[in-house]
Design a binder for this molecule. Structure first.
Ligand SMILES: [Zn+2]
Length: 221
């Protein structure tokens, strides 16, 4: 190994076997590796020190990878991120708006692919950081379920103070960026509701009938 300082990679996965396998692979290629068991754990670690790259699973309990990576992009724009999942075979099939610089299809790609990805991102580290600074990424949040009154709610994590608070969802706007003031600080949180985590809620098919703007105009005339 050369005597240049090692690049650090934070691996975030709820599966211990995956964490250990990836850690061995990356360590044997000369990287410093730190581990986090979920998004909350990873955010705590990021407040102490910043790795060059975050490699995160997308499908994790509590805080999904979509949500975690969107917070990383907002809060730590210098970090390059690789999203990984066993649920998608390629980056093209991942839902739009995922905040990642690269996608690793866990279980479908060979380790050499991941090492190339990591090396590539470290080579282009500076330009990524500049690109990220310019972006204003919304937060991805999972649907959490329904409160005691049967009203669906989500839990938002503020991109500034990193505190979480619940928010009632009165309309389910698919893939639409929405805004709400943080409950704890003056920040406005921009978010997209993450439908990748299935929550058992009855479909309300037919309840919302889209009105064709042309028709509405015609009715007024
Ligand atoms: Zn806040």
């Amino acid at each position: 190994m050369s005597n240049t300082s090692k690049h650090e990679i934070l691996i975030v996965d709820d599966d211990a076997a995956v964490r250990d396998t990836l850690a061995l692979l990356l360590q044997s290629s000369g990287y410093d590796v730190t581990l986090a068991i979920n998004g909350f754990d990873a955010l705590l670690q990021l407040k102490r020190r910043l790795p060059a790259i975050v490699l995160s699973d997308l499908n994790m309990p509590q805080m999904s990878g979509f949500e975690f990576l969107s917070v990383v992009r907002r809060r730590f724009p210098s970090i390059s991120v690789i999203a990984m999942s066993g649920a998608y075979h390629s980056g093209d099939s991942v839902p739009g708006g995922v905040i990642a610089d690269a996608f690793y299809a866990k279980g479908h790609s060979d380790p050499g692919t991941l090492l190339q990805m990591v090396a590539g991102l470290i080579r282009t580290y500076a330009e990524h950081a500049v690109d990220h600074e310019r972006e204003s990424a919304p937060v991805w949040i999972p649907r959490n379920g329904k409160d005691s009154h049967g009203v669906p709610y989500v839990v938002l994590t503020c991109t500034d103070c990193l505190r979480s608070f619940p928010l009632s969802v009165t309309t389910e706007d698919l893939q639409k960026i929405q805004e709400t003031p943080c409950l704890f600080c003056p920040n406005t949180v921009r978010y997209i509701i993450d439908f990748s985590l299935s929550v058992a809620s009855p479909r309300t098919e037919g309840a919302i009938t889209p009105i064709n703007p042309g028709m509405r105009k015609a009715a007024k005339l």
